[in-house]
Design a protein around this ligand. Structure first.
Ligand SMILES: Cc1ncc(COP(=O)(O)O)c(C=O)c1O
Length: 368
């Protein structure tokens, strides 16, 4: 991959923080010292300056355009990562003595459940823990609570390499989605969601900014005693400028959203993502030397998890080490599950998938 730096870029398969679009990095680099027409770095200007407010408004408008969100949704750029949303969601929405339904599809779902239990009543509507989280539950498996406060799912399970094949039907319950690892990777009917949140560091920009899309009416459920910083209404009323936001993170998020639009929107992005994932899964399935860990119907297009044989940890370490030496970085699986994992987020180039496939074939020839 070409870049304007002296150090050539390698293929970065990390599952987060993750690869950013090269044109975004180049624009940020070009304008880092002095924004055109401003003469100061974006990191040096007031978050209340007209320049920064324009940057923020443009980023939000870009998200609205890509998602087709209606005016009944607020788009917030917060801090604290998806992990803070594990707490803010129940603090704001799990009120009125109701129960929240959670679908347990992996490590991050469990974290969400643990935090929600500190706030109120939680019902696990389905769990695939007994299947090592290798799959997403079917619609028929969901045991939903009548009148629940909301239903929470993790749309893409970054560690386990599974992704919901479609948006589940949850009746009148507002659907709350942790979309940290597949946000803006495909077109969806966003009007079906009550709230969506995502740490930016996989598909949207650098770490330190968290995108929250929330339906206006749901925000009104929050109890009045909530600390202001933890109340969505505070941030919605202040256009995400209640306190000093992550100005640089929002700037790069804006550049990334602009880049997604330049590709032709989420249809085009999804087609490219499908193609990349299909190429890699085809190689994994080709001979049996490699083995995908997720059930076929639940496979993630964002995080492709696989093992060598039945799970030869030593050989997998060798694979990841040799791949890194060949310019294919970050292929180790999450430390909690081992194996191998390729992050194929929006910004990851198809050429990197081709390079990985070539490396896999060559490795199999030598070690198979
Ligand atoms: C699906 C999902 N949810 C939540 C998190 C936690 O995000 P953060 O580190 O932004 O708190 C991650 C991080 O990898 C994730 O992949």
């Amino acid at each position: 991959m070409k870049s304007t730096n002296a150090t050539p870029r390698i293929f970065n398969f990390s599952s987060g923080p993750a690869v950013l679009p090269l044109p975004v990095l180049e624009a940020a680099q070009r304008d880092l010292v002095a924004l055109p027409g401003v003469g100061m770095s974006v990191m040096e200007i007031s978050h209340r300056s007209p320049t920064f407010i324009d940057i923020l408004d443009e980023a939000v408008a870009g998200v609205r355009e890509l998602t087709g969100l209606g005016p009944d949704y607020a788009v917030l750029a917060l801090q604290g990562g998806a992990s803070l949303q594990f707490s803010m969601v129940p603090m704001n929405l799990l009120t009125g003595g109701r129960t929240a339904d959670y679908v347990d599809t992996g490590t991050w779902s469990r974290r969400g459940i643990e935090e929600a239990r500190r706030v109120g009543a939680v019902h696990v509507a389905a769990s695939t823990a007994d299947d090592d989280y290798a799959r997403i539950p079917s619609q028929a498996e969901l045991r939903l609570t009548a009148g629940s406060a909301y239903t929470h799912i993790t749309s893409n399970n970054t560690i386990e390499g599974t992704q919901w094949p479609g948006i589940p039907e949850v009746g009148d319950s507002p659907l709350v989605v942790d979309a940290s690892s597949d946000i803006l990777s495909e077109p969806l009917d966003f009007s079906r969601f009550g709230l969506i949140y995502a740490g930016a560091q996989k598909n949207l920009g650098p770490a330190g900014v968290t995108l929250v899309i929330v339906r206006e009416d749901l925000m009104e459920r929050a109890p009045d005693h909530l600390p202001r910083m933890l109340d969505y209404r505070t941030h919605a009323r202040a256009n995400s400028l209640y306190n000093t936001p992550n100005t640089f993170g929002i700037y790069v998020l804006g550049l990334t959203v602009k880049w997604l639009r330049s590709l032709g929107g989420l249809e085009a992005v999804a087609a490219a993502n499908r193609k990349k994932a299909n190429i890699l899964y085809a190689e994994i399935d080709r001979t049996g030397f490699y083995r995908g860990t997720a059930d076929r119907g639940s496979r993630s297009r964002m995080n492709v998890t696989f093992r060598i044989g039945a799970g030869d940890a030593a050989l997998e370490r060798t694979f990841a080490g040799e791949a890194a030496a060949a310019g294919l970085s970050g292929l180790e699986g999450h430390r909690s599950v081992g194996g191998l994992r390729a992050g194929l987020y929006n910004a990851f180039p198809e050429a990197g998938v081709d390079a990985l496939v070539q490396f896999m074939r060559e490795f199999e020839r030598r070690r198979g």
